[in-house]
Each structure stands twice: as C-alpha cells, then as structure tokens.
Design a protein. Structure first.
Length: 330
C-alpha cells in the first residue's frame, strides 16, 4: 500500500494534549486504503521528503521548554499510528512512526526535529566576557641627551624591567651602550681588573727586554691575546656572559671613550658622571682600541683622573706601564 503525506509537521513545546484526528475513508472511494497525513504542531509545518519528515524549530525563539519532553501532532486519514504521537517523548534523536492502513498495509515515517540549542535541552551559553585590556609593556621613551637605563624585558606582571647601572648604561646622545662596573674584588667586571692591550699576533706589541738602551718588542702569542689578563680576553669573557642580552661588546675608540668624559660635580671624583657610571675609581685609565700611530707597542688611553687622552705601552713596561682598566661598548 502506498502512503501519501502532505508537508505539515508541528512540535508542541509543552505537554498539552494533542488531538489526533483520524478520519475514515468513504466507502465510495476508489482507493479506500489511501492515507493522507498532515504533521502539524504549534503552527509549524514539517517538510516531507518521501518517508522522511523534518521539522525546523530554529525560528520559534521559545525556550520555555525543550524537545526532550514534547508531542508531535499528526492528522492521518484512515490509519492508526504507533507509537501514539500524543504521548510526550524525547525528540533529540529521530523518532520512527508506523502507519497502518485499514487493509493492514504498513508504512513508516521518520520524524527529525531541528531547533535552537535551548530547545534541545542544552542551556544557552553565557556570553563570552570581553577580555580586560592589559596595557602593553614597552620601554620608556629614550631622550636625546644624558643617560638612561637599558630595557631588559617584561616581568611576569607585564611590567617593564631594566638592567642595573652596574651592568650597562645607554648614552642617549650617541646611542652607545656602555659596560658597567662592580666594586673591587667582585669578579670579572670589578673596578680593579687591570689588563694588557695586545690585539695582534704579528705586530711587535709586547715588551721583551732592553739591550744597549734599546727596547726590544716581540709579537704576543695567541694565548697571550686571548688571556683573561688581556683586553681581548676580557672582551671575549664578557661576551660569553651575554651581558645585558648581547654578545657584541668591543673596546671603544679613543673618541668614543672621550665622549663620556665629564667634569665631576664633586672634588675628588673621576671625570665621569658618577651617578650613571658607579664604581669608577678617581685615578683610573681605560684602554681604547685606537693604536698610537707609528708605534705598534703603543695604544691610546683615556685618563679619568683628569679627563684627557694619552699614550701608553700595551703591556707591563718598566714595572709600572701597561696595566689599565677596560670599559667595553656596543
């Protein structure tokens, strides 16, 4: 027996009784077993495709109940329906109804319900809260004069952090960043760490002896250049520590080092800004990378005791020359 269905399904969002209308076919009908079924409820009609019935409740906007306890109203013509659509049931999954025609022929319709989440028994999700705006962690603006701390990064609390002045300081006028110093006896960058200043294994930079009143100089070995007691070895050791996040530290030129000479504010202080360059001894001299023209064994230094540049031997000469401090730059 062929069952014919007209498009009409409705789902009631309540447990109210649904009138199941079954009308008997006329005895004069040419096909007394034909069944015409309307699927209606709550003013919504279903879409019927063969034996598949679909109802879309997404436009109801009614969250008073859900589809886990509801009824489907069906108007059939001369057929009985099982299970009884008037009994509330769960429609979160498709429900199969069996129609039996007066002559005993059976057919099935599968009813599928679509709807909003609230109609499917799922609580309406709470609105996603708008994230609280967190100020960006940025370094302070850098001026064009004076000195400033060097930006280190952001803390766990998203607060800007800076390196200590004993680690490094920026000269705002030149953009150069200078190595800081620690007090005497505190290790690698302590202010009592004096060095030779060899930088070549071919140039005659090392004092060897005095013969017939003539000074004899020889080329230093690679081991002497790389030694921790030499400026190059010191530079390499500082770069290995990644001081202030960098491994590009170098010896300054004479003019660069003279750029931080400053008349002291207090008598008895070195010619440098003691606030920004703490632990600088008053009577101190620092090596530069500038050679003394015409003399391989000589190099320029800056004497912060009086604030000027001068020449010196690169190594320990006659018992008192050649051992100076080193302040690196990048």
């Amino acid at each position: 027996m062929l069952f014919k269905a007209r498009t009409s399904l409705a789902v009631f969002i309540s447990t109210a009784a649904i009138t199941l209308l079954v009308s008997c076919g006329s005895s004069g009908s040419s096909d007394p077993t034909a069944v015409a079924a309307d699927f209606t409820a709550y003013g919504v009609k279903a879409t019927v495709n063969g034996q598949n019935v679909t109802i879309d409740l997404s436009g109801l906007g009614n969250c008073a109940t859900n589809i886990e306890n509801m009824v489907v109203g069906i108007n059939a013509n001369g057929a009985s329906i099982s299970p009884d659509p008037r009994t509330p049931r769960d429609y979160t999954n498709p429900v199969v109804f069996t129609f039996t025609a007066p002559d005993g022929t059976k057919a099935t319709y599968t009813v599928t319900v679509k709807g909003a989440a609230c109609l499917a028994g799922t609580p309406t999700p709470a609105p996603t809260p708008t994230p609280t705006s967190t100020p960006a962690c940025t370094a302070a603006a850098i001026g064009s004069t004076g000195y400033s701390l060097v930006f280190k990064g952001c803390s766990a609390a998203n607060v800007a952090e800076y390196y200590d002045k004993t680690e490094c300081v920026r000269d705002n006028a030149t953009g150069l960043i200078w190595q800081g110093q620690t007090p005497a006896g505190t290790g690698l960058r302590a202010n009592d760490q004096q060095k030779t200043n060899y930088e070549s294994t071919t140039a005659l930079q090392k004092y060897s002896a005095t013969v017939n009143n003539v000074d004899i100089f020889v080329a230093p070995t690679q081991a002497e250049v790389d030694a921790s007691t030499n400026s190059i070895g010191f530079k390499n050791a500082v770069n290995a520590t990644n001081l202030c996040g960098s491994g590009a530290w170098r010896l300054p030129t004479k003019d660069e080092l003279l750029g931080i000479v400053k008349t002291p504010a207090n008598a008895g202080s070195a010619y440098i800004d003691g606030t920004w360059f703490p632990n600088t001894p008053q009577h101190s001299a620092y090596w530069t990378s500038s050679p003394y023209a015409g003399y391989a064994y000589g190099a320029w230094l800056v004497y912060f005791g009086l604030g000027f540049a001068s020449f010196d031997y690169r190594d320990y000469y006659l018992g008192y020359y050649g051992y100076l401090l080193v302040r690196l730059v990048r």
